[in-house]
Design a protein around this ligand. Structure first.
Ligand SMILES: Cc1cc2nc3c(=O)[nH]c(=O)nc-3n(C[C@H](O)[C@H](O)[C@H](O)COP(=O)(O)OP(=O)(O)OC[C@H]3O[C@@H](n4cnc5c(N)ncnc54)[C@H](O)[C@@H]3O)c2cc1C
Length: 711
């Protein structure tokens, strides 16, 4: 079918928010012509997208993978020991302490494929705290206002005891088909409505260890919202421990199909299968919005790669009769605005771009969550994904074949991230966290007990390049800072859409951000040490403590090491380990041991801070560059997501968040999309249809299983 040169609504950018807007509007009115223009490739039925277990591959920068865009951070941070660029998880994980030089050249990446982050992300499901939305201070955006939309998007497939989840929405949420286990693997039954509550021994091990250091188990941290709304006061939540608790993590995986639940399949392919009014253009980068006066009347787009004769820029123009929606993500949307004449007048004049609306807030206040990862050795009997990631051909064949036979039960229908927690410090811990963080605590966290400070998860594998790791089994403690005080920015350097922007991630440029990450490193380490499977620390992936410090990381114990390579030939030392390396063997495992917390000196704390500075990196939870707040405070959009000083132009993606959200952000991007779709439907006199069009491959939800009913 040919594509029209004029439609009613253009959506620029096919990430989660853009897919929701395009799909919901097109389904609401089959006569409304909607065009979705995406810079990356189509994700439809791409096995590298829909098989959940191989998600790490989609972050590689190897010349083959084109599912991610790479942004280079251009500013040095004095707090990061002169680091000019921060890097991706896959790279950081792969390096040892000595490889810092190589690490410095790795850029930040974000999605470049239809579905945006939802096609390549880790599939971890969490939700923001109620106070996060209330803090937007915008009518129509309180947690109470948004709760019906949170439910509208979900096909929740886990048991629940609260009324905050939805059951006939397009986005599936479950524990995945199989939960990777340390010690054993459990399979969820998909042909019965009775939910089988299998949880891996790794997850249990982690949860027990967390409980033993004062992080209690909760059956649904993400449901805390309801309590908040019912009680009408956030302070109650502290007593209920919901912002300081652990749980079995849910995943964006449909347990009936074993497939990733990405936004394009859920909202766009579903509509394109049954209607013909949704037009999709992929591999097309929107360069600018076309204005008549200050009214948006269309967009210009260029091929994703500039391969034209003599580097000419080939623009195609599509007209929009009713509205243009920018949904190109936190790093993409502000660039389109600036190229279109919406941004700081000073910058635009310098670049010879005609000013349509002077909005100095465009591209400012860039935020993310800051990740650090520490890796631990686990027992040789543990079942982890390491052999698969290491490239063991037999194991890979077995896992891929398993998928072909029964994807809904296959080990690849999991992300191997089964449990985690959100935590807040105690009064005693706060005292050790220094004046900078305490000041932030008093103004930001103290009166918002539903806001966690840190997020932590267990991954049943080393998140690392295994070619650089010793053989063996691993777990990774994956932690991130939920509400960094640091801020960055992104601005164009040219009107040419192929020229890289000037990007300053701002990582760790506020000193207050060090203390909570340091505190959480200690916490996750205490959890790991108390797990039954624990057999030591992968010293290359821990702070460089003084070798004589009691806090110094200790590697695998000799007995476990011998079990990994029983046929090895000994070198030099009777215990088979080489001196002169950073590896120090740990104590033999003792199941009966009662642990004491490691005591850290000031020098140890300094070593942790250096490690943070050298290794902290993105969680790909970018937000905030086109904030919804008053124009005079640097705002870019109003409460209806209209861009100030323009007509018929909205931004609908996570760039609109005026402040951070304490969550993995896919749920929030979908929610912003749902809210944007509702606002647009109101503008256009339409009604959103529920349930949405049937999701390809997914059986239609048959109502709520007994175990999911509110008790
Ligand atoms: C590697 C990774 C792991 C993550 N893990 C998780 C997780 O486990 N759980 C979770 O909840 N969240 C996770 N996230 C975050 C989550 O996916 C994002 O918050 C979410 O996708 C943001 O949605 P968005 O619609 O705002 O923008 P994006 O997802 O960034 O989508 C923007 C889209 O616009 C396109 N685009 C950009 N510029 C242009 C242009 N000029 N013209 C046309 N198209 C353009 C891009 O290709 C992209 O498809 C992860 C993200 C990544 C990248």
């Amino acid at each position: 079918m040919g594509h029209p040169q004029e439609v009613d609504v253009i959506v620029a950018g096919g990430g989660p928010a853009g897919c929701v807007v395009a799909g919901r509007l097109a389904y609401a009115d089959p006569n409304l012509k909607v065009m979705l223009i995406e810079g990356g490739a189509n994700n439809r039925d791409d096995p590298w997208v829909y098989r959940p277990g191989i998600f790490v591959r989609n972050m590689q920068r190897d010349g083959i993978n084109d599912k991610a865009t790479f942004y280079t951070d251009t500013k040095a941070s004095s707090y990061m020991r002169g680091r000019e660029e921060h890097c991706s998880v896959s790279r950081t994980l792969s390096i040892s302490q000595g490889d810092r030089e190589a690490e410095l050249n790795e850029p930040l990446r974000c999605a470049n494929i239809l579905g945006g982050g939802s096609s390549i992300n880790f599939q971890m499901y969490t939700r923001a705290s109620a106070s996060d939305w209330d803090d937007f201070k915008t009518p129509g955006w309180t947690a109470k206002d948004l709760l019906p939309l949170m439910k509208r998007l979900e096909n929740y497939q886990k048991p629940t005891n609260n009324d905050t989840h939805g059951y006939d929405g397009p986005i599936a949420i479950s524990n995945g088909g199989t939960i990777t286990a340390l010690g054993s693997a459990f399979i969820l039954s998909s042909d019965t409505n009775v939910y089988t509550d299998f949880v891996s021994s790794a997850a249990h091990d982690f949860l027990r260890a967390s409980d033993s250091i004062g992080i209690p188990f909760s059956d649904d941290i993400q449901g805390k919202l309801e309590l908040c709304l019912k009680l009408g006061q956030h302070s109650f939540l502290l007593d209920l421990d919901t912002s300081h608790a652990s749980e079995i993590w849910a995943k964006y995986i449909n347990r009936h199909t074993g497939r990733r639940s990405d936004a394009a399949t859920a909202y766009v392919h579903s509509v394109m299968d049954v209607q013909n009014n949704l037009f999709l253009r992929t591999n097309s980068r929107v360069s600018r919005v076309i204005f008549e006066g200050n009214k948006a009347v269309g967009v210009a787009y260029v091929p994703a790669r500039n391969r034209a004769h003599q580097g000419q820029t080939l623009e195609t123009i599509v007209k929009a009769r009713k509205c243009v929606v920018l949904s190109s993500g936190t790093l993409g949307t502000p660039q389109i605005l600036e190229r279109s004449g919406v941004g700081s007048a000073e910058l635009l004049k310098k670049l010879d771009i005609k000013v349509v609306s002077d909005l100095p807030g465009v591209g400012e206040q860039y935020q993310d969550h800051y990740t650090t990862l520490s890796i631990y050795r686990v027992s040789n009997e543990s079942q982890t994904l390491d052999d698969f990631l290491r490239g063991d051909k037999e194991v890979q064949k077995e896992l891929f074949q398993e998928w072909e036979v029964s994807p809904e039960k296959a080990r690849l229908s999991s992300n191997a991230i089964d449990a985690g927690f959100k935590i807040r410090p105690t009064e005693a811990e706060l005292k050790e966290m220094g004046p900078e963080f305490n000041k932030l605590w008093d103004t930001y966290f103290k009166d918002k007990p539903d806001k966690p400070v840190m997020f932590g998860s267990i991954v049943s594998a080393a998140y690392a390049d295994h070619s650089l790791l010793p053989p063996g089994k691993y777990i990774t403690m994956f932690q991130y800072l939920e509400y960094p005080a640091s801020r960055g920015k992104i601005h164009i350097q040219s009107a040419n859409p192929y020229v890289e922007p000037d990007f300053d991630s701002g990582f760790m440029n506020d000193k207050a951000d060090f203390a909570p990450i340091r505190w959480s490193y200690k916490k996750t380490r205490e959890v790991a040490r108390r797990m039954d499977a624990f057999r030591g620390e992968l010293t290359s992936h821990h702070p460089r403590f003084h070798p004589a410090s009691p806090a110094a990381a200790k590697d695998i114990d000799i007995q476990t090491a011998k079990g990994i390579l029983p046929e090895r030939v000994h070198c030099r030392h009777s215990h088979g380990m080489l001196r002169g390396t950073w590896h120090a063997p740990g104590e033999p495992y003792n199941a009966a041991k009662v642990h004491e917390d490691i005591k850290y000196t000031e020098e140890d704390d300094k070593a942790i801070d250096d490690w943070i500075a050298d290794h902290v990196e993105t969680t790909w939870h970018s937000l905030g560059t086109c904030a919804m707040k008053p124009r005079e405070e640097g705002g870019v959009v109003d409460g209806r997501l209209n861009v100030f000083g323009t007509e018929n132009l909205k931004c609908v993606d996570l760039s609109i968040c005026p402040d951070n959200l304490g969550t993995n952000t896919y749920s929030s991007a979908l929610l912003v999309g749902e809210k944007g779709a509702s606002l647009l439907a109101e503008d256009l006199g339409l009604k959103i249809k529920t349930p949405h069009a049937p999701v390809p491959h997914a059986p239609v939800p048959k109502g709520m299983p007994a175990t999911q009913q509110v008790r």
